[in-house]
Design a protein around this ligand. Structure first.
Ligand SMILES: CCCCCCCCCCCCCCCCCC(=O)SCCNC(=O)CCNC(=O)[C@H](O)C(C)(C)COP(=O)(O)OP(=O)(O)OC[C@H]1O[C@@H](n2cnc3c(N)ncnc32)[C@H](O)[C@@H]1OP(=O)(O)O
Ligand SMILES: Cc1cc2nc3c(=O)[nH]c(=O)nc-3n(C[C@H](O)[C@H](O)[C@H](O)COP(=O)(O)OP(=O)(O)OC[C@H]3O[C@@H](n4cnc5c(N)ncnc54)[C@H](O)[C@@H]3O)c2cc1C
Length: 663
């Protein structure tokens, strides 16, 4: 990060009220972690072997090949350097992949976790070492052309044949083709396959099976297996999302992952403690998506904030120099709420992961009581965080004006690769409805006098609406948390009342659910937002926080809560909990907070500590030397390899000559 720094950015850093290093330590969990993170990043960023041409200039095939080469280097070098710790691996991996996925992303994110979570000890002994050492490569093949959301509707069949003690795998229809799994098209030779289990003609629902799909000798599809790439997508150009079909492919009985459900040799089915344990890997990835949403939003605001300090445009005062665009309050209003949201979701991601770790330890010891809460929380937070990240990234891109549209900004690629987070691993509306289902259940339990715990504990006690005319300090985080809590509890109550009314009007439960579903999603959203605001406020009570950083983080937390409140002011007003005066006060506080945050904006994004090599953005460079590097970047475009493109000779020249001849 050395070299001449753009004077505007230098001044921003000199004028900050705190040292970003302190916030970096807070965000990553201490100076030791930050030091290790930087060591691992520089191992990658200073290694010439990892340098490659900008993926934006490459065809899909070239992107696939480039990432494959890098991914293999990453694995082999990582082994040599003994990078085994989970956190170390994640720092190292993100330094290699930047805004893209690495070629074995699904192998690491879903195939291995499914083996850890769903395989018996014998099955782990058989496959785990090979998978961990990348001697086999796998993916998670669940979604089909016809069904992604509705898992019980999957059509791929695994029919048990007791005479040979095998499962026979079939793809009975076109819509049963597996469709989408990452790394399936060209890379994987194994997959965890989710298929409907049939024994003696009876269906037992979707179960996971370990299936080899390609030869370990020549990588050709095995007999009965049809596999390929699904073609170009909105993003993830380097990833071979694939299709897969089976025609009477036989696998041994032992290939069903049998930690929870079992099929005995004679075909006896042994039920799991909960059928939803087979969905465990998805819960883990949803928790990861919360972390990732905070991280990608942090990248986008880093780019847009730094660039907004370098970019000067228009005249604010006649005859004065053009201001930095970040001095326009409207620009601050575009970026600062997402800066605050990036911090909010960064911290939510940490809490989500710690809830996940505690609950999954409990579950793996046989206590599945934490499963419903874990599912509901991860589903809601996955949906909320990926939605906010989507909107925020696009806002950041537009806030960069024309240059935001160029791949040089790094923003289109970041967006294209992150936006499916709202779809994969559970489409967001569907996920919110899962959270709503848990909220309705919990609410009904509380009506019956049960004491609720965990994220829904607040539904137990009805919070009274404060007396009319009472003035409140809308900067008080306690007041803000109470307002969010009241709104969430009211919306849960109203959705429950609507459901009841629909039932009383004669609808059956599914129709009543469908009729109330807009309100149900709203309730789940309010519940998840309350969790995020409360979590942020709680993290600030850490007594070890230095006052210079607790001041600035408190401003961010206030801004996050107030911005959500003003954007959803209808809800808070309908609630009766807040008054029009409160909302007006909130709006004024937002302006004042933005003015206070303005001098700290660059330090706050610097604190995310993304090196240039990971940010991959000309606009977001640490040194702010945007313009010279924009020109350099454009010159590297393949269209600039020659002064006159070959299409001139083939098409343009005769066309122009013809036109001129006609004059
Ligand atoms: C080194 C590091 C590298 C790593 C990098 C990390 C970076 C992070 C980013 C990660 C990127 C990774 C790439 C991921 C790529 C995408 C992969 C996929 O999409 S894969 C494909 C992903 N595909 C999807 O996500 C599909 C989405 N669809 C589904 O999950 C389900 O079909 C469903 C939930 C919608 C319905 O299921 P259905 O069976 O019809 O169930 P009902 O509705 O009838 O409810 C019945 C009861 O079950 C309950 N329950 C339900 N689920 C769970 C659960 N998990 N648990 C517990 N409970 C659960 C439910 O609450 C209810 O309870 P109750 O009220 O009765 O008490
Ligand atoms: C980049 C990417 C990578 C992926 N990787 C993998 C992978 O590795 N492995 C894998 O198995 N899959 C993968 N998927 C598939 C992904 O998990 C599914 O696309 C996702 O679960 C959504 O399912 P769907 O496509 O069937 O959407 P649909 O369910 O068809 O959604 C269409 C619309 O219907 C609505 N809808 C559906 N059901 C309901 C309901 N019950 N109530 C209200 N509204 C509803 C949704 O809200 C949505 O608006 C990937 C997808 C993408 C885009």
């Amino acid at each position: 990060m050395a070299g001449t720094v753009n004077p505007d950015l230098r001044k921003e850093r000199e004028n900050a009220s705190f040292h970003p290093e302190k916030v970096t330590n807070f965000l990553y969990g201490g100076p030791g972690v930050v030091k290790r993170k930087r060591e691992l990043e520089s191992l990658v960023l200073n290694d010439p072997d990892f340098q490659s041409e900008d993926l934006n200039f490459l065809s899909r095939e070239q992107q696939y090949e480039t990432q494959m080469k890098k991914s293999i280097l990453m694995v082999t070098k990582g082994e040599k350097l003994k990078i085994t710790d989970v956190q170390d691996r994640s720092f190292y991996t993100s330094a290699v992949s930047g805004s893209d996925s690495f070629s074995f992303g699904l192998h690491v994110a879903m195939f291995l976790p499914t083996l850890y979570g769903q395989a018996t000890q014998e099955q782990k002994d058989k496959w785990l070492k090979m998978a961990e050492k990348y001697a086999i490569l796998g993916t998670y093949a669940q979604t089909e052309m016809g069904h992604g959301t509705f898992l019980r509707g999957l059509e791929t069949t695994a029919t048990y044949d007791p005479t040979t003690q095998e499962f026979v795998i079939n793809t009975p229809t076109i819509t049963a083709y597996k469709w989408w799994p990452g790394g399936l098209g060209k890379t994987s030779n194994y997959c965890v396959l989710m298929a409907q289990l049939y024994i003696h003609g009876k269906s037992y629902g979707p179960h996971p099976f370990m299936v080899q799909i390609r030869s370990l000798q020549d990588h050709k599809p095995l007999p009965g297996v049809t596999v390929g790439d699904i073609g170009p997508k909105f993003g993830y150009g380097s990833v071979d999302n694939g299709f897969l079909a089976f025609n009477n492919v036989r696998i041994p009985r032992e290939n069903m992952l049998m930690k929870y459900s079992k099929v005995e040799p004679d075909g006896t089915y042994v039920k799991p403690p909960s059928t939803k344990l087979a969905y465990g890997t998805m819960v883990q990835v949803r928790a990861n998506i919360v972390v990732n949403s905070g991280r990608v939003l942090a990248k986008a605001v880093t780019i847009a904030t730094r660039y907004s300090c370098v970019r000067r445009q228009s005249e604010m005062k006649p005859g004065h120099p053009e201001p930095q665009v970040l001095d326009y309050v409207t620009q601050q209003y575009k970026l600062f709420p997402y800066l605050a949201a990036a911090y909010a979701f960064w911290l939510t991601g940490q809490t989500m992961m710690s809830v996940y770790t505690t609950s999954s330890n409990q579950i793996s010891k046989g206590d599945i009581s934490a499963l419903p809460e874990l599912h509901a929380l991860s589903a809601g937070l996955k949906a909320l965080s990926s939605w906010v990240a989507n909107v925020g990234m696009e806002e950041c891109r537009m806030a960069c004006g024309g240059h935001g549209y160029s791949h040089a900004s790094g923003l289109p690629r970041l967006y294209a690769n992150m936006t499916p987070g709202a779809t994969y691993e559970g489409e967001n509306t569907v996920m919110m409805l899962q959270t709503a289902r848990y909220l309705m259940k919990s609410y009904n339990q509380s009506l019956q006098g049960e004491k609720l715990a965990g994220s829904v504990a607040y539904l137990s006690g009805v919070q009274p609406v404060p007396a009319a005319g009472r003035t409140r300090n809308m900067l008080d985080l306690g007041v803000l948390c109470d307002a969010y809590r009241h709104r969430a509890a009211r919306l849960v109550h109203e959705a429950a009342v609507q459901l009841r009314n629909e039932r009383q009007a004669g609808k059956d439960q599914p129709d009543a659910w469908n009729a109330a579903s807009v309100d149900l999603v709203k309730a789940a959203m309010a519940h998840s937002q309350y969790f995020v605001v409360k979590n942020f406020a709680e993290r600030l009570t850490d007594s070890t926080l230095d006052s210079s950083i607790s001041d600035v983080l408190t401003r961010l937390c206030q801004l996050h809560a107030l911005h959500g409140l003003v954007t959803n002011s209808g809800d808070f007003l309908e609630d009766g909990y807040l008054t029009g005066t409160d909302v007006r006060q909130a709006r004024r506080h937002i302006n004042a907070l933005m003015a206070k945050l303005r001098p700290d904006a660059v330090a706050l994004v610097d604190a995310f500590d993304f090196p240039d090599g990971i940010l991959n953005s000309v606009l977001g460079r640490y040194d702010g030397n945007v313009y010279e590097h924009l020109l350099e970047w454009a010159k590297a475009s393949p269209l600039n390899k020659t002064d006159v493109h070959q299409s001139y000779h083939k098409y343009l020249k005769p066309f122009l000559e013809d036109n001129r001849a006609k004059l």
